[in-house]
Design a protein around this ligand. Structure first.
Ligand SMILES: C[S@@+](CC[C@H](N)C(=O)[O-])C[C@H]1O[C@@H](n2cnc3c(N)ncnc32)[C@H](O)[C@@H]1O
Length: 296
């Protein structure tokens, strides 16, 4: 079960009112959508997007999501402007992004997102995506693997890990998460096996970002989100690592003297109480902004 992160703060910054329309670009288990629907009753609508067909199928069976007021779309949010046009979804009072993976991806999808389980090396949100983690690990060159581990995982041991992968895959294909975890563990000098985070954390993050092209998608969608919002409409983005947060921060700053007013000078994080109830919220950072009309 996925517990929505920063739920109270999402409502505070999106500020939904009766009969307003919102887009949830990463609807997942629908936790945030449900809260917004309650505030926008009786006629407010939600366009809920998710790249994962299984997620959308599951949502369609859930009566709690007030299906009359929610349209579910299985697509990549990178196509936001096209989706809005196709569904003639206007006016848009707010757009939410709750980035990355859900608890279901990690614990229930069986797609190799977790280094604590033995599963196939897949890591796709959208199963139509031709690229999997297994393909990267078994077919990409050492410099390419090193590049993603460094750029997307901020892994200081990108080179030795990439080299170990290349050596081991000569013996037999690396097809599951446990094999990859063993490679990382066995080939890292003991002093690098930090106590606080699992030694495979950064490699798994890097692979997931690369497989799903997460940073490029985020960069491409933010201007589209701003374009489709009505003046006075709000943009709320929850990210889970510094690379995503940097993209959001830079985008907001670049538009802040044009058509965006930043509502969160610093990113908003979870309270100690929320972290205790939902440890996954630990690294969440929320940024919010409101679209302003340009007066010439
Ligand atoms: C953190 S979960 C969202 C959880 C949701 N807010 C809730 O309360 O249940 C992120 C979701 O975004 C989806 N996702 C990730 N990247 C996507 C993309 N580029 N386009 C559409 N959906 C995406 C994932 O499949 C996942 O279901």
């Amino acid at each position: 079960m996925h517990i929505p992160v920063l739920q109270k703060e999402v409502l505070q910054y999106l500020d939904p009112k009766p009969n307003e329309n919102f887009i949830d670009c990463t609807i997942g288990n629908g936790g945030h959508t449900l809260a917004i629907l309650e505030e926008t009753s009786p006629k407010g609508k939600i366009l809920g997007i998710d790249a994962d067909e299984e997620v959308i199928k599951n949502l369609k069976t859930q009566p709690r999501l007030f299906r009359k007021r929610t349209t579910f779309v299985c697509d990549n949010y990178v196509n936001l402007q096209e989706i809005v046009k196709k569904y003639k979804f206007r006016p848009i009072h707010g757009i939410l992004f709750d980035l990355g993976m859900s608890s279901w991806d990690l614990e229930g999808s069986g797609r190799g997102f977790s280094f604590l389980k033995k599963e196939p090396l897949d890591m796709r949100y959208n199963l139509q995506n031709p690229l999997t983690a297994e393909k990267i690990i078994n077919y990409w060159s050492a410099p390419e693997i090193e590049r993603i581990l460094r750029n997307y995982g901020e892994e200081s041991l990108a080179r030795p890990i990439a080299r170990s992968i290349i050596e081991l895959r000569k013996e037999k294909p690396i097809t599951n998460t446990s094999q990859l975890v063993e490679i990382i563990k066995n080939y890292l000098p003991r002093r690098f096996q930090q106590k606080k985070i699992h030694p495979a954390t950064k490699t798994f993050q890097a692979l997931r970002i690369a497989v799903n092209d997460e940073l490029n998608n985020l960069e491409k969608v933010l201007p589209q989100a701003l374009a489709v919002l009505k003046p006075g409409g709000r943009l709320v983005i929850i990210s889970f690592h510094s690379l995503e947060d940097r993209i959001v921060k830079n985008f907001c700053q670049s538009r802040s003297s044009i058509d965006l007013k930043i509502l969160t000078k610093k990113p908003v994080g979870p309270t100690a109480k929320e972290i205790k109830i939902n440890p996954r919220s630990r690294s969440a950072k929320l940024r919010a902004a409101v679209k302003v009309s340009i007066t010439l």
